[in-house]
Design a binder for this molecule. Structure first.
Ligand code: MG
Length: 302
């Protein structure tokens, strides 16, 4: 099964980063994370995931139930998470939500259509849609418009949408061509993006990624900066564990960057490369694994 490679990779990365979210790079240099921790930033027990995983699971559940990408139904599942803490594995329910995501969900609750709920100002380019977009990589023949729209449910600025498309292209390349290096996957995906968006003003913001220039990355929440950090971690490690720990130890948006990194690292290195001890510490892991199976069955049918 391939779905669990990426999805468990993402969730484990999220859980590794949760206890140290918002810590500085200096703090992480002095006290690097090397194992699953507990408490910290949100005072959560070991193995607790956050919004990144919750919104990913909500997306998978909707697509598995509907057997298609139904924007309104995905938004309804996001609302089930937002209002009722569905898709959380913490006793205290929802404890982490981004500003842009919160604003979009409130617009939807106030009557906006799903595709009109997302926020599209330039400052709405946090990594809040990139962190939950991975399930789309498993859908055969997924088109760019659908990826843009799923991002746009919360993050509707073109830059966030292009970043999601690029991320899905990297993931798809890893799923489809197992013999290539990480750098080759990234370059192939970049070539597709450069061609498809060649007339977009936004493309200039991806120059560093296109040029493999990761000289000044940090643990940012800015969507392009976040992907730069993740790609740097993937390119400078040789296994799942080192890649996600690198992402956490940049500090800043540790859970989200490790989740985004963990999704790709899980696909590239495979489920068996994720330390089983970490997987076993994730509360409700059995529910996640059965959702992965259900989701994969639906993707195989499509
Ligand atoms: Mg989070």
């Amino acid at each position: 099964m391939k779905v669990k490679d990426g999805i468990i990779g993402l969730i484990v990365g999220d859980a590794l980063g949760v206890p140290v979210e918002f810590s500085s790079k200096t703090e992480r240099d002095d006290d690097p994370v090397s194992d699953m921790r507990e408490y910290g930033t949100y005072n959560q027990p070991r193995g607790t995931w956050s919004d990144d995983s919750s919104m990913t699971l909500a997306t998978m559940t909707s697509i598995a139930n509907k057997k298609e990408v139904d924007y309104k139904d995905i938004m309804d599942e996001f609302i089930n998470w937002y209002l009722d803490s569905k898709y959380t594995n913490s006793a205290s329910g929802l404890f982490d939500i981004g500003n842009t995501t919160g604003n979009a969900l409130r617009r939807y609750l106030n009557g906006a259509e799903a595709l009109d709920s997302g926020c599209s100002a330039e400052f709405d380019n946090g990594n809040g849609s990139l962190m939950r977009i991975l399930p789309l990589a498993y859908i055969k023949d997924i088109d760019y418009e659908t990826i843009e729209n799923v991002s746009g449910l919360t993050h509707a600025h073109k830059r966030s949408q292009i970043t999601c498309v690029l991320y899905i292209e990297i993931a798809k390349s890893m799923l489809e061509n197992e013999d290539l290096t990480i750098e080759e996957h990234i370059n192939l995906a970049c070539d597709k993006i450069k061609e498809y968006y060649k007339d977009s003003e936004e493309l200039k913001h991806f120059k560093k990624i296109f040029n493999n220039d990761f000289s000044d990355v940090s643990g940012r929440t800015y969507v392009v900066g976040s992907l730069e950090c993740v790609l740097h971690c993937l390119l400078n490690s040789e296994n799942y564990m080192d890649a996600v720990l690198d992402a956490v130890n940049f500090g800043g948006d540790t859970d989200t960057n490790a989740a985004i990194c963990g999704g790709l690292a899980g696909i590239y290195y495979g489920y068996d490369s994720i330390p089983i001890d970490w997987i076993n510490q994730i509360n409700k892991i059995d529910e996640v694994l059965s959702l992965c199976e259900k989701y994969e069955a639906v993707c195989d049918e499509s």
